[in-house]
Design a protein around this ligand. Structure first.
Ligand SMILES: Nc1ncnc2c1ncn2[C@@H]1O[C@H](COP(=O)(O)OP(=O)(O)OP(=O)(O)O)[C@@H](O)[C@H]1O
Ligand SMILES: [Mg+2]
Length: 362
């Protein structure tokens, strides 16, 4: 039996709801071959939005989706792009390989079985190629493909390019993006301050994309979807939404637990669903917390509780910590990506972890 509330894999088709305005916005972007930077807090639904959007568009566009979350080198980055390109269409594998062989100058391709899905996919063979050669082949192929059909190239977790120190990927991309026609780039990611700095004044990608913050789903949309499957009142949805602080994944996780419990929905039942989620993550969060030094632990508790104005003398006195000490602990938490910053407010981007820290700070 399948739950209609998908919280740990990407909701597609009829399990994907809301986001009408966002799809309209993206529609406009791609119809003019413009670029967009889409960012949000973690787990708001960027990947779900983009995957569903690309599904809608793949009749009229060549759609590439590359998730660069786990790249460890510039070569990985190029390989991920080449892999996305090699698999953009699920057609006859022989025809696809022939087409790709014509398209690439140096990259060879071969069929492989994807260990995750057990489906056939196409693997680019790049072992003898340099990063520059791979990039040249990728953008060469993209250029020739885009002459006949418009393209969308979505790069998810785009902030990961900043982890590559030996090449300025953003400067390189700028060159290719400027030369493009018929291609829209959609950059996605969640580390707000890293991402916006990639597109800030004087940075290579400055003004290369329209910025768009993906907000939480609308309560109205969550309610109309949920009531198809649950006997639930609007104010229960509002309550779930506020407990989750709008984080889509947590909202769906709570709804999923309510769905499988099949009991009459009350606030108490919602609270216990949330507790069940936090308890199931307790060991992981504890382990993570244990990797921090004392000042970092204090900083995390403070941010969980106060968010803004964390450097006031009341807060510093309450936790008996010096301003400078707190500042450097906050810096190291930012580096570890356990917290993020918006204007002068700090926050814990993972809502479950934030609630867990708040419980601890009591
Ligand atoms: N509009 C939607 N309808 C139904 N489910 C959704 C929707 N948006 C997101 N979800 C679900 O919420 C969960 C989190 O969404 P998703 O992974 O897309 O978020 P994200 O912003 O890409 O997160 P991350 O920052 O971790 O990459 C997923 O299980 C996804 O299926
Ligand atoms: Mg994602």
């Amino acid at each position: 039996m399948r739950s209609p509330f998908l919280y740990d894999n990407i909701a597609k088709g009829k399990n994907f709801f809301g986001r009408g305005e966002e799809i309209q916005f993206l529609d406009k972007i791609v119809s003019y071959s413009n670029n967009a930077l889409i960012y949000s807090k973690r787990r708001m639904g960027k990947t779900a939005l983009i995957e569903n959007f690309l599904d809608l568009k793949k009749k009229d566009f060549i759609c590439l989706y590359a998730d660069i979350f786990d790249i460890a080198s510039k070569e990985d980055f190029a390989k991920t792009l080449l892999k996305a390109l090699s698999n953009y269409q699920k057609s006859d594998i022989k025809i696809a390989i022939k087409k790709l062989t014509n398209l690439f100058k140096r990259v060879r391709v071969e069929p492989t079985i994807d260990p995750n899905t057990l489906e056939y996919s196409i693997k680019p063979i790049v072992i003898t190629l340099s990063f520059e050669e791979m990039m040249d082949d990728f953008f060469g192929a993209v250029k020739s493909l885009s002459q006949n059909k418009k393209m969308i190239i979505a790069i998810d977790e785009f902030q990961q390019i900043t982890t590559i120190k030996d090449t300025k990927i953003d400067a390189m991309l700028r060159k290719y993006i400027q030369e493009r026609e018929n291609i829209s780039y959609l950059f996605l990611g969640s580390k707000r301050h890293t991402l916006t700095s990639l597109f800030s004044y004087k940075a290579p990608l400055y003004e290369m994309a329209t910025h768009f913050e993906l907000k939480a789903l609308k309560i109205e949309d969550i309610f109309s979807y949920s009531k198809k499957y649950l006997n639930i009142a609007k104010d229960d949805i509002e309550y779930i939404f506020s407990l989750s602080d709008g984080e889509t994944k947590l909202v769906l996780h709570i709804l999923h637990l309510l769905y499988i419990q099949k009991e009459k929905i009350t606030k108490t039942l919602i609270d216990s669903a949330l507790n069940e989620i936090l308890n199931s993550k307790d060991a992981t969060f504890r382990m993570l917390f244990d990797t921090l030094n004392n000042n970092q632990k204090i900083a995390l508790k403070i941010i969980g509780k106060y968010k803004h104005k964390i450097f006031t003398s009341e807060v510093l006195n309450e936790y008996n910590i010096k301003k400078q000490t707190l500042q450097s602990a906050v810096e190291s938490l930012l580096k570890k990506e356990l917290i993020d910053k918006e204007n002068s407010d700090y926050f814990i981007p993972d809502r479950s972890f934030e609630l867990w820290c708040q419980n601890m700070a009591l």
